[in-house]
Design a protein around this ligand. Structure first.
Ligand code: SIN
Length: 316
């Protein structure tokens, strides 16, 4: 039986533009040997294909200033918008997160989360570029929501198949405003009022692979109270964070990391006191989450076209 990662690797059409080195058996890869600024459109399409399957890519040895980072980010699609963070001057699509050696308290994003999960269409890709990276520490953790789904029993999958999650922006502005590394827009207060519904079990628009649409701001399920929903949410999140569904990405200066935002949860590690860490961030517009069960029901059970990876770039 091939492992999960071999299954994924076999599904990837031949990638010739760079070397791809898997990080774990579930998700993530290092990429070396490509310059994202000068790569051809075909080579950029290969990076997108690798991302569709691996969900996290650390692309090493890029050499980008904000203008270069902007150009690279936009090669992967239009900006998703950002209601909360004040952008870098001259670049509406870029924010800079700076953590100084003397800073204490939480780092940006230290609890597991999906970026902007409360948006109707959450960003499809988040990108960070390492301008200054501590000599050790400051890694980022990722957990695959596809691998987590695949690790559930059939009975549990059937139980949760039709649940609709309610993701809330409550507290999101406040936590960002309280972080000294961030500058927020006053208009971002509006986020606190947002509640958005997304199917709990979705499928990837290109690969068809099912995943759990989980986030740190998932409050409850439609038709259920918070009290009823909480044990299911707590179980699914602790299940998704099992070691075998995760990878840990080690940064180097000039690493550009991109992740397929809706298909994983991520967390920044707060372990580099006394050192400076500076990253640029941009996000790429995604597509509306698709319920996994939509059109796939057969005799009361559900098939997910496992292994049937489409190569088309269309995003339904
Ligand atoms: C984030 O959650 O977007 C930040 C991740 C990091 O800084 O490693």
């Amino acid at each position: 039986m091939p492992g999960l990662y071999e299954t994924l690797m076999n599904a990837i059409p031949e990638l010739t533009a760079f070397d791809l080195r898997p990080l774990t058996g579930s998700l993530g890869a290092d990429i070396v040997g490509i310059n994202l600024l000068t790569a051809s459109d075909e080579e950029i399409a290969q990076v997108q294909t690798a991302l569709d399957h691996c969900h996290v890519l650390a692309i090493r040895d890029q050499n980008l200033d904000p203008a270069g980072f902007h150009k690279v980010a936009r090669r992967f699609g239009p900006f998703s918008g950002n209601m909360i963070h004040r952008p870098l001057e001259g670049f509406e699509d870029i924010v800079r997160f700076t953590r100084n050696p003397e800073d204490r308290g939480p780092v940006v994003g230290e609890d597991f989360h999906m970026d902007l999960a409360w948006m109707e269409i959450p960003p499809g890709i988040t990108m960070l570029y390492g301008e200054e990276i501590p000599p050790v520490g400051g890694d980022t953790l990722f957990a695959s929501l596809s691998a987590a789904y695949e690790g559930l029993s059939d009975t549990m999958r059937n139980l949760i198949l039709n649940l609709i999650g309610v993701h809330s922006g409550k507290g999101v502005f406040a936590i960002n405003a309280s972080n000294t590394a961030l500058s927020v827009k006053a208009s971002g207060q509006a986020v606190e009022e947002i509640e958005t519904e997304h199917p709990l079990v979705c499928r990837h628009p290109v690969t068809g692979r099912p995943y759990l649409y989980l986030s740190g701001v998932l409050q409850r399920f439609v038709g259920m109270t918070e009290e009823e929903s909480k044990p299911i949410i707590d179980f699914l999140i602790s299940h998704a964070l099992r070691g075998e569904y995760t990878c840990r990405l080690r940064w180097e200066p000039r690493t550009l990391t991109m992740w397929a935002n809706p298909y994983l949860m991520h967390a920044a590690i707060n372990d580099y006191h006394g050192h400076r860490r500076v990253v640029l961030r941009s996000t790429v517009a995604g597509s509306p989450p698709i319920a996994a069960g939509a059109g796939d029901q057969e005799n009361g059970s559900t098939t997910f076209r496992k292994g049937n990876f489409r190569k088309s770039r269309s995003r339904e």
